[in-house]
Design a protein around this ligand. Structure first.
Ligand SMILES: [Zn+2]
Length: 215
């Protein structure tokens, strides 16, 4: 009887230690599930962003075919922005905002900006695609910082200056290199998209007149 009487209360309840272990395990499972869901969300945004860029790449090709092989213009001195010039080729389904940049002001219709080195500095007209010596190395569009507002292009020409060099700090003043966690998406002139982080960008910018920016 004595043994049974001692056993019953133990069988009916959990000890404090057992409860604590359960709470800790549940907490860990919840944290794992949450970070998993967050990673999936980020990845989802990055996938849509890559798809946005691929659509822009196709539109650029179609535009060039109809415009003597030239790239679209950038918005300067009354020139029509590439964002409008490509409109006919992108179609009404196109969404120009990267889904990962939800905190950007709604006034920013397009969260991507153009490499200004691909436009004539005097006229803002797009250069011919054939003038790009290494299309698989040269940037066409990247994700812009919210501070760039509705600007349609970056200002690499001024930053590169006569020395033809730019630091990652200068680059990141206009380019959002952390749009997707530790990296961002970059569309190249040959139409391929790459996800690059700061270290990879730094090495591409380390050259004088880097082919990454200079056609
Ligand atoms: Zn993006």
């Amino acid at each position: 009887m004595m043994r049974l009487a001692r056993k019953i209360p133990r069988a009916c309840g959990f000890t404090l230690l057992e409860l604590l272990v359960v709470v800790v395990i549940l907490g860990m499972l919840a944290a794992l599930g949450f970070s998993g869901a967050q990673a999936a969300l980020r990845k989802g945004g990055a996938t849509e962003c890559v798809s946005n860029m691929r659509q822009i790449a196709s539109a650029v090709q179609l535009y060039a075919v109809e415009n003597n092989g030239n790239l679209p213009d950038i918005q300067h001195g009354g020139r029509i922005s590439w964002t409008n010039a490509l409109g006919d080729f992108l179609g009404p389904q196109f969404i120009g905002r990267c889904p990962s940049l939800k905190n950007y002001p709604l006034a920013i219709d397009v969260t991507y900006a153009w490499n200004d080195m691909l436009a004539d500095p005097a006229t803002a007209r797009g250069i011919p695609l054939t003038k790009i010596a290494r299309p698989s190395s040269t940037l066409l569009i990247a994700e812009k910082q919210a501070s760039l507002g509705d600007f349609d292009h970056f200002h690499f020409r001024g930053a590169l200056g006569a020395r033809g060099r730019m630091s990652i700090v200068q680059f990141e003043r206009e380019v959002n290199t952390k749009a997707h966690g530790a990296s961002a998406n970059f569309l190249f002139a040959d139409g391929h998209v790459e996800s690059l982080g700061s270290v990879q960008l730094q090495s591409r910018l380390s050259l004088s007149n880097p082919p990454f920016l200079v056609p």
